[in-house]
Write a protein that binds this ligand. Structure first.
Ligand SMILES: CC(C)(COP(=O)(O)OP(=O)(O)OC[C@H]1O[C@@H](n2cnc3c(N)ncnc32)[C@H](O)[C@@H]1OP(=O)(O)O)[C@@H](O)C(=O)NCCC(=O)NCCS
Length: 160
């Protein structure tokens, strides 16, 4: 199943929860995200290589986080994340969501290598990857403005 359907999974400040489509689509409609970022929920409905969660803070929907390009044979996946409203950012929610999905990916899906690709100038995104024990491994194939982080079991997050 590519959309999370279990009970809420609390992690410190947030919970990972099952999407409620009506509320999610309303939040996505006004979020300052690209069309691709807004399309993760639809993509996850048909793509078994995605696993989509909503991020909630005290019953309020605040963001999304998704495992994508899941490779079960290699036990690896990429992660994308967004806190929808600027006023909800920089409060620790993104960090907790990323740590929570890493726990889920390792504990429930038995994925061993997790990857985040983000922009060099996206300091918040880079910071939450480091805080979730990812390690910077260098520029992405897609272009030098993108940087790749990976998280391995027991890994340390010092730069390569
Ligand atoms: C990236 C994102 C998910 C981070 O979530 P968040 O809830 O804002 O993150 P947190 O509050 O948990 O942590 C942000 C960290 O980055 C730091 N940070 C944020 N903006 C920063 C800036 N401009 N310069 C330096 N550090 C910055 C914060 O201080 C914090 O680090 P700290 O805990 O050590 O103080 C969120 O900002 C977001 O959705 N942004 C827009 C969409 C996006 O960029 N998505 C990622 C695409 S790969």
């Amino acid at each position: 199943m590519a959309i999370y359907q279990g009970p809420p999974r609390p992690f410190r400040l947030i919970s990972l929860v099952q999407p409620e489509p009506k509320h999610l689509l309303a939040a996505l409609a006004v979020a300052d995200l690209t069309d691709e970022e807004k399309g993760w929920f639809r993509r996850a409905q048909t793509d078994d290589g995605c696993f989509y969660f909503v991020v909630q803070r005290q019953e309020r929907l605040i963001g999304q986080i998704v495992l994508h390009d899941i490779d079960r044979k290699e036990q690896e996946a990429l992660i994308g994340y967004h806190v929808f409203r600027p006023e909800d950012r920089r409060q620790g929610y993104g960090s907790d969501a990323l740590k929570a999905i890493c726990d889920y990916a390792a504990g429930e899906l038995h994925l061993r290598r997790l990857v985040v690709i983000t922009s060099l100038d996206n300091l918040a995104s880079r910071r939450i990857a480091i805080k979730a024990d990812f390690r910077e491994i260098g520029p992405a194939r897609e272009g030098p403005q993108l940087v790749v982080y990976e998280r391995l079991p027991g890994g340390k997050n010092e730069p390569a």
